[in-house]
Ligand binder design. Structure first.
Ligand code: ASN
Ligand code: ZN
Ligand code: CA
Length: 332
């Protein structure tokens, strides 16, 4: 018999946070009893199996330093809980498959492993510790990005290549950002940057920028014929840019202390409708309109159909979706 407990995580990226755990006898486990028993495991630098469930004699996890192996575990456990809560409270979906069943997390994958990934076969997320094992890939936006790959897999099923692959990646970035905004704790105020906390480039710059994706040097700001042949992490650019434009509008803006500058490819302005509406449109399109082969033209059609259902076709929201797609060169 296990009791649900309220533990404390001293994370690497999110400060001190509440974690939901379980207690069995005199042992506490990193098992989220309030969210489908989502478990967080220690691979201890191995690369296979589940390793060992994080457990111990007290309900305090980590000390904030990556050298304490519980710290990144606290981040991963927290990120999974936030993502679970976001999908449940904002979109009414209970777990990745909508069946209340949790995935699980594995941290400390390999040595100096600079990546994180979702796997359909284990129904789990896995995190490396980054360069020098000093920058675990466990920030909220990365955790939500990976968990969202599971959602996409179990809904639209967007094929992970060509334009559908770019849309799959963008979906993970979009909800990576919205979950971070949803977190709203003092360390995570929310931004339209992906991976700004994990220092993946070694110079403190983010992995991706949604206001102007080309700032990373590789991603595209707008659709062009042939974009389907580049890496899906770069062909995601126009959809990330669409989401930013739809939420916040074109031009310059400062949000939570971060400055954005979002130009449009057609030079015409876009008036944003706010993130709350934009995320509902993308979720509805993903879960009820997109299929495995949806391309950019299909994403436009699908998001417009979703917007029509949510807000009507003669609405400011509908026109903003049209304008935002035009702003990334996806036209009628
Ligand atoms: N972090 C990457 C992603 O989620 C991992 C990968 O490319 N498989 O897209
Ligand atoms: Zn991804
Ligand atoms: Ca971010």
């Amino acid at each position: 018999w296990e009791a649900i407990e309220n533990g404390t995580g001293n994370t690497v990226y999110s400060g001190t946070v509440d974690l939901t755990t379980t207690q069995s006898g005199s042992t506490y486990n990193l098992t989220d009893g309030a969210r489908g028993n989502h478990k967080t495991y220690n691979l201890n630098r191995g690369t296979s199996g589940t390793g060992t469930l994080f457990s111990g004699p007290d309900d305090v996890w980590g000390n904030g330093s990556p050298s304490n192996l519980e710290s990144a575990a606290a981040d991963a456990h927290y990120g999974a809980a936030l993502t679970w809560d976001y999908y449940k409270n904002v979109h009414g979906r209970s777990g990745i498959r909508g069946d209340g069943v949790a995935a699980y997390s594995r941290v400390h994958y390999g040595n100096n492993y600079v990546n994180a990934f979702w796997s359909d076969s284990c129904f789990c997320m896995t995190y490396g510790d980054g360069s020098g094992n000093a920058n675990p890939l466990t920030s909220i936006d990365v955790a939500a990005h990976e968990m969202t790959h599971g959602l996409t897999s179990n809904t639209a099923g967007l094929n992970y290549s060509g334009e559908s692959g770019g849309l799959n990646e963008a979906t993970s970035d979009i909800f990576g950002a919205t979950v971070e905004f949803y977190a709203k704790n003092s360390s995570d105020v929310g931004d339209y940057l992906i991976g700004e906390e994990i220092n993946i480039n070694g110079d403190g710059t983010p992995l991706r920028y949604m206001d102007k994706p080309s700032k990373d040097g590789d991603s595209k700001d707008a659709w062009y014929s042939g974009i389907g042949s580049i890496d899906v992490h770069y062909s995601s650019g126009p959809a990330n840019h669409f989401f930013y434009l739809l939420s916040e509008g074109s031009g310059t803006k400062t949000i939570n202390g971060v400055s954005y500058d979002s130009p449009t490819s057609d030079g015409l302005p876009v008036t944003g409708i706010g993130r709350d509406k934009a995320e509902k449109i993308w979720f509805r399109a993903l879960t009820t309109k997109f299929t495995s082969t949806t391309n950019y033209a299909g994403a436009r059609t699908g998001t417009l159909a979703a917007t029509g259902e949510l807000y009507g076709t003669d609405s400011a929201e509908y026109r903003a979706v049209q304008d935002a797609w035009a702003g990334v060169n996806v036209g009628a």
